[in-house]
Design a protein around this ligand. Structure first.
Ligand SMILES: [Zn+2]
Length: 312
């Protein structure tokens, strides 16, 4: 992937340790403050601020305290970089930040997929890359605070397209999809998915009840086959979504790859290795439906372990 490198070095797969100056800059961007407004928050004159930037004089604790107090954060959380930027941005905007019109028509997706894709980008490429992507789409952090709010599928489609043009391979798209497990496992949805005793029960419930309310109403999903170690799911674009968006093509091959990753991660909620999911037909290659074949371990301890399982 060839996204521009972060100023502090190479891409890493672990969270970046952030110097406090970096955290303050991110807070400034999330709050969309500039000029005198920002100086006021810092409690600095323009001259002092310029010295800070140009001569790199160390930040005074009272400057950090001033920022923390203004945004209702603790001094320690700012020092640690432990800040919920989406919540901060939403508070600054009074929770009235509108979704750009092109993503609000036919909004049949929950924002949780968008959130976990953006989180993946941040985790692997740093918050500045995430910030640059949000600016590219003219969207703020505040829009990604609540996973249950709606957005149309074109945002995820365009985001995947953007990342693909930046060099993301199909495997990276799948890894991005798998990140949904990291993003969701500690949420009420994650707890619900953990409550099923076997992979069969989990996949049955996901593809007959949960996928529409929790993930995606852009496609009509059908569980066409299931056993203790295998299932087949088809997805065809919803005509309602096609009509609302006034477009026949819903999603893209990249979105389907991310979907494969997300599907693979389902068995992770049961503490099992991720499944092996293969998309054998795709509407973006001319098929009538996308067809996904799942191979999974039935229950912990009953089958041989491994990151990917052979067909049952
Ligand atoms: Zn497909």
């Amino acid at each position: 992937m060839h996204l521009p490198p972060e100023p502090h070095g190479q891409l890493k797969s672990a969270r970046f340790p952030q110097p406090v100056e970096d955290t303050l800059e991110r807070i400034r961007r999330a709050a969309e403050l500039a000029g005198d407004d920002w100086l006021q928050v810092l409690g600095l004159t323009e001259k002092q601020y310029l010295r800070l930037l140009i001569e790199r004089v160390p930040l005074a604790a009272r400057t950090v305290e001033s920022v923390a107090a203004r945004f209702g954060l603790s001094f320690e959380s700012v020092m640690r970089g432990d800040v919920d930027y989406a919540a901060l941005s939403a508070r600054e905007k009074g929770d009235h930040d509108p979704l750009p019109a092109r993503f609000s028509v036919g909004a049949f997706s929950r924002r949780r997929t968008s959130i976990h894709l953006l989180d993946y980008v941040e985790l692997n490429h740093g918050w500045r890359t995430r910030s640059r992507i949000l600016r590219h789409f003219q969207m703020s952090e505040a829009l990604f605070k609540d996973p249950d709010q709606s957005i149309n599928i074109n945002f995820v489609t365009e985001l995947c397209e953007y990342l693909s043009k930046s060099g993301c391979s199909t495997d990276v798209m799948k890894s991005m999809g798998e990140h949904s497990f990291v993003a969701n496992r500690k949420t009420p949805l994650g707890r619900l998915l953990r409550s099923y005793g076997t992979s069969r029960m989990l996949h049955e419930h996901v593809f007959t009840e949960l996928i529409s309310p929790y993930f995606d109403k852009n496609c009509i999903y059908q569980l066409v086959e299931i056993s203790d170690h295998h299932c087949v799911v088809t997805a065809r674009p919803s005509t309602e979504v096609q009509d609302e968006l006034m477009q026949k093509v819903i999603g893209s091959t990249h979105v389907c790859s991310a979907k494969v990753g997300s599907f693979q991660s389902l068995s992770g909620y049961l503490g099992l290795p991720f499944s092996k999911v293969t998309e054998t037909d795709c509407v973006h290659s001319g098929a009538g439906v996308c067809r996904f074949h799942f191979d999974f371990q039935g229950r912990a301890g009953l089958s041989r372990p491994g990151p990917h399982l052979a067909s049952a």
